[in-house]
Ligand binder design. Structure first.
Ligand SMILES: Nc1ncnc2c1ncn2[C@@H]1O[C@H](COP(=O)(O)OP(=O)(O)OP(=O)(O)O)[C@@H](O)[C@H]1O
Ligand SMILES: [Mg+2]
Length: 295
């Protein structure tokens, strides 16, 4: 569904250049439910805006399905946004209309694309648990309810790819769980590919895969396969491999019995096959090849 290679985004302001993405690689399969985590300023929204067709990449490759977002024309971008992606903004206030009802808000993008399907708009609001509030004006709804209206809006064009920027950023845990439940249902039942940007590590435990991004680069991906897994360990500092400009920060998932998955590249870089030496120095756990193999 998504294929980014060497993706670069440079923001140019008067006398300053900000390199928000510096050669980012990311592949997302059709039908995945995944999260991108990273600190503030690491380039998450930049990446999502590019994937959503809201902003243009500066260089590199970025493909979504059959669309090449580097080469796409303005008209094609409109079509791409209309047919392929649903977008949930980090700050939703800017695309919700406070004096319209929830239902009218969902119908608005349908109106812009020329086809209002009221039954579907109602069904979407039902899905996000707002059946009884659909005739309320937006400003009469709570923040979490408004966020769910935003989810319904993002689905109004029946997207294949849903991009959500901090969808649970300003809601409580219950609402956050509910929103994640909606994403999972959409993913499992309709097969929508979902990419969630967050800096909330607890969300990371609720998706199929987590990719960490730091300084506009994705780190090696750590993969979660067990739905009951808990996120542990926080971050791992890894020595910079030759050719990389930055030390990658990566999040490793530790399951209930203490197993963690070491990325293949790390193992092959150290020629670790079936055995490794593990040391604990009180602060870090260090994994090295067994001495007998000569390091
Ligand atoms: N329009 C812009 N013009 C100039 N610089 C920008 C612009 N948008 C973002 N940046 C810069 O690009 C970098 C990445 O920003 P981005 O918004 O992608 O971060 P983020 O990971 O989404 O952060 P947060 O978690 O705070 O939302 C930051 O240094 C930011 O200041
Ligand atoms: Mg952001």
């Amino acid at each position: 569904m998504i294929d980014c290679e060497g993706l670069v985004k440079i923001y140019k302001t008067d006398d300053l250049e900000v390199v928000a993405l510096q050669g980012l690689n990311l592949k997302v399969e059709d039908g995945e439910l995944m999260a991108i985590i990273g600190n503030s300023g690491s380039g998450k929204s930049t990446l999502l805006n590019i994937l959503g067709g809201l902003d243009r990449p500066s260089a590199g490759q970025v493909k979504v399905g059959p669309w090449d977002l580097l080469k796409i024309t303005e008209e094609e971008t409109v079509q791409y946004k209309r047919e392929t992606v649903g977008f949930i903004w980090q700050n939703n206030a800017r695309n919700l209309l406070p004096y319209l009802s929830a239902l009218e808000n969902v119908e608005m993008p349908m109106m812009l694309s020329g086809k209002v399907d009221r039954a579907y708009a109602k069904q979407l609001l039902d899905w996000v648990g707002l059946k009884d509030r659909m005739h309320n004006k937006l400003h009469q709804l709570s923040g979490g309810e408004q966020q769910r209206v935003a989810i319904a809006i993002s689905l109004s064009n029946r997207p294949k790819l849903l991009l959500a920027d901090e969808p649970t950023g300003s809601v409580d845990t219950t609402t956050s769980d509910m929103i994640m439940g909606i994403f999972r249902r959409l993913n499992r039942e309709i097969g929508i590919t979902v990419v969630i940007v967050t800096h909330d590590l607890t969300l990371a435990g609720k998706v199929d895969r987590v990719v960490a991004i730091r300084d506009g680069l994705t780190s090696t991906e750590f993969i979660k396969r067990n739905p009951n897994i808990t996120l542990g360990g926080g971050e791992a500092e890894l020595p910079a491999a030759s050719g990389l400009q930055t030390v990658h920060e990566a999040y490793v998932v530790v399951d209930r019995v203490g197993r963690l998955q070491v990325p293949k590249e790390y193992l092959s870089a150290l020629s670790i096959k079936d055995k490794a030496t593990m040391e604990f120095d009180g602060e870090r756990i260090i994994i090295t090849p067994p001495k007998s193999l000569g390091g």
